[in-house]
Write a protein that binds this ligand. Sequence first.
Ligand code: ADP
Ligand code: MG
Length: 559
Amino acid sequence: MATGKINVSVDNIFPLIKKFLYSDHEIFLRELISNATDATLKLKHLTSIGEAKVEYGNPIIEIKVDKEGKKLHIIDQGLGMTEEEVKKYINEVAFSGAEEFLDKYKDAEKDAGIIGHFGLGFYSSFMVADKVEIITKSYKDEPAVHWSCDGSPEFSLKKGKKEERGTEIILHIAEDSTEFLEDNRISELLRKYNKFMPIPIKFGTRTETLPKPEDAKEDDPAPTQEVDNFVNNPNPAWTKQPTELEDKDYKEFYRELYPMQFEEPLFHIHLNVDYPFNLTGILYFPKLTNDLNIQKDRIQLYQNQVFVTDNVEGIVPEFLTMLRGVIDSPDIPLNVSRSYLQADGAVKKISSYITRKVADKLNSLFKNDREEFEKKWNDIKIVIEYGMLSEDKFFEKAEKFALYPTVDGNYYTFEELQEKVKANQTDKDEKLILLYASNQEEQHSYIEAAKAKGYEVLLLDSPIISHLMQKLETSKEKLSFARVDADHLDNLIKKEDTQISKLSDEEKEKLKTNLEEVIEDKKYTVQLESMDSDASPFIITEPEFMRRMKEMQQTGGGG
Ligand code: ADP
Ligand code: MG
């Protein structure tokens, strides 16, 4: 038996860990399972290169709750540690074993899948335990070691009783953390953080229903058996090559990610890059309603298949946070503030890579099957329009595929639209006037009046469209949007107005005055020019700028 002092500069680091390190105490389990996974993958790697002459087999990680003993066990069948290694890796807090491992084998097989750093790792167990034991036996032929520490910098080290290779971590759960002795709580954590980790994780057993035997009577209960309960899928879709997957696999994975989500995604984007940073993932375009606020199923960020967060703000451009799916990258610095993240060079590159991939995917969908793209437009336009508003790079790309639907159900790109209307819809200063409606029913008579004059009327009804129109107007010369019921219509009459009114000018003027008296509100204008079309006897308009001001106040800033 030996005792020693953990080499830390602060006299007692543990209360600090407990208080300040993580606001989220629950992540201790993620850290310990990550270590168990690391240890197993390292052994896999060592056996594969012939360095470890042992059978790798089919190792699993097991989590056990001992409610009476107030203990939580995390058991792996990985490479284990020798006494020297415990002293080195566990006691020298600042020293990172993974780093040394990487250093030593950096030329070997690159994708051995070593888990990256989350911070203090193993020591996060002191957030929930007032005593921690490690019983470990290395794959090397050396006796097992038993390390134990009660939360002060002193530890004890003795020979351990362990026959099988691997490591068992025993947490003596503290009085204020007994929630972690509840099966439900542990299940919840495993579901949250470990659902896609690469080594099978066993937690208890579950009852499996077997098929009834042939000769069973009708009300005989089906036979059951207790089987090991594995909580994870070690080979999630995003770790595979796109060529290995079919459309149905992507849909299946979507359901796996969001079990409560019954609506199918519209399409997916498989992300896969290893230079200049490492990133894999699958993003899905969900069917989005006009409501920007409701979103509980969010993009999940993983690091080598370990769940990190579903708040990807700062990593993914804001407009893409409306998408769903996963991003997995060891190159995203964790445990740093969001403002730091946003300034980080690697993160910036990741963000623009994702933006580019999304734009490229949309562009290819548009080019390869325009009809299908048009059908989906209503469901995806919010993301695209929001992206055009907030990211200039995306704006440039999206100009090729962003669509402007008309009230008649045609879809034009901006270029096509321009071509289509330039002869007919310019004002006296050669400014292109794009007419649009935001509500086909309410603005029916205005739409009909405009159509009667041969104008194209767009149907633009997204909540942020007024911001986007503003942006288009400022980024393009000589362009103006005008809602069909806006006063702009007056300035637009380039084409000969062939209709002859049945009313005399005098009668018209009188009618107009009468109507204006009735309406009172001075911000509206009465126009009689469509008097003789079948649509409406007259129309009442509100200035475009006033209407847009109101709308932008409603949807808030942006743009
Ligand atoms: P990190 O995982 O970032 O290296 P940790 O504090 O989580 O930091 O772990 C420190 C070191 O302790 C690991 O690098 C590893 O060498 C060793 N270690 C921890 N858990 C295990 C385990 N279950 N099996 C083998 N070694 C382990
Ligand atoms: Mg670790």
